[in-house]
Design a protein around this ligand. Structure first.
Ligand code: G6P
Length: 372
């Protein structure tokens, strides 16, 4: 009903706008006196967290991309190897699980059958399990040793938006907690990362202010048949999430690639007029990666690609080569994905709208897939 949408024309439009709150509410109460406090994990005990040798993240769809983003952060902060695996692949390949493996499941609904079965399997094999979930009392948290809830609020639109940024937020809090327990992050570094995290809601508000420009772009591109997305480091999962959103919402063929992989294949797809979104890492935060991605942009532009760059405010290096530049506020490298994903969500949503499609309930999809 219209009232449930709070005046918005669709749940998705409402949920996209709620992203600053989704992040703020997920952080709320979890940073106390400069430390991360996650009471839900206390049952697990600090010595258990200290003893973990490996983390396996399991999830499906957008939640899996949240896991891929968090892998970079958790490895950097806590110095633990993290692998991310699709739930339905994990269970059927005889994975190596030991008592010092922590299995972290991510699920907005907490009911995705593929993920539930993977969690049960992991427990049977003796691994510790924690779940990141947006739905109180759902099945997956009940089947896990501990749960860290995201507080994005109910997500109704089938394709996930605000739950994604909340998942990354919860995983980052967990990663920072883990780093402290394991002594891999000093006071100053922790304070810096926490300040970055706490600044995300306001920055998300700023990104959302660019939405009209992104909408215009989507309307111009309503007849597009294929869109490519490139990203590197934490921008890589964002490229894949941008492609997934476009498939789900606008039924357009889309693929996300690691920018470094371009020359190993995908560049063959570039022909004149091909739209390519490029998630550009910050020149300040990623001094080594930024020029590599800019040179990727040059390479595809030289072959006629139409380049839409998502780049940090003030990054002038992209200007000579990009057809369009969508700006995101300055943030630490690990926090850029929380911002860069927003214009990609808005683009897919607006393209869906421009095509007259039902943005909340795309064809053939279900909000939570409760069959294997
Ligand atoms: C479905 C939805 C996706 C979602 C995925 C995982 O396929 O259409 O938007 O990312 O399930 O859902 P979960 O509830 O486990 O996060």
């Amino acid at each position: 009903a219209a009232s449930e949408k709070g005046g918005w024309s669709s749940f998705m439009r409402k949920e996209v706008q709620e992203q600053p709150d989704a992040v703020a509410n997920t952080i709320r109460g979890r940073i106390v006196d400069g430390q991360v406090v996650i009471p839900e994990l206390e049952g697990l005990g600090d010595d258990v967290l200290r003893g973990i040798r490996r983390i396996t993240v399991i999830a499906c769809g957008t939640a899996a991309y949240a896991g891929m983003v968090a892998k970079y952060a958790i490895e950097q902060w806590a110095r633990i190897p993290v692998e991310v695996e699709l739930s339905h692949e994990f269970r059927y390949r005889d994975p190596v699980l030991e008592a010092d493996t922590l299995v972290v499941s991510i699920s907005q609904s907490g009911e995705t059958m593929d993920t539930l079965m993977a969690v049960k399997y992991a427990r049977e094999q003796g691994a510790r399990t924690i779940s990141i979930c947006n739905t109180q009392g759902a099945t997956i948290p009940r089947e896990s040793d501990a749960v860290v809830y995201t507080h994005a609020g109910p997500e109704v639109a089938v394709a996930s938006t605000k739950a994604f940024v909340a998942q990354i937020t919860a995983l980052y809090l967990f990663g920072l907690r883990l780093a402290r327990v394991r002594g891999t992050l000093g006071d100053a570094a922790l304070a810096e990362q926490l300040a970055e995290l706490q600044a995300v809601p306001e920055k998300l508000g700023e990104v959302l202010e660019e939405s009209d420009r992104v909408a215009q772009l989507a309307h111009w591109m309503a007849d597009t048949r294929s869109v490519l997305f490139l990203g590197r480091h934490v921008g890589y999962p964002i490229a894949m999430e941008g492609a997934l959103k476009l498939k789900e919402l606008a039924y357009i063929h889309a693929e996300g690639f690691a920018a470094g992989e371009l020359k190993h294949g995908p560049i063959a797809l570039i022909e004149p007029g091909q739209p390519v979104f490029v998630v550009v890492p910050s020149p300040r935060g990623s001094a080594t990666l930024h020029p590599k991605v800019v040179s990727n942009i040059q390479e595809i532009r030289a072959r006629g690609a139409r380049v839409i760059a998502i780049a940090e405010a003030g990054d002038a290096a992209v200007l000579p080569f990009a057809d369009e530049v969508i700006r995101i506020p300055l943030a630490g490298p690990l926090f850029e994905p929380l911002l860069a994903v927003v214009p990609l969500q808005v683009f897919a949503m607006e393209l869906s709208t421009a095509k007259g499609l039902d943005v909340d309930q795309p064809r053939n999809l279900a909000k939570s897939v409760t069959v294997e």
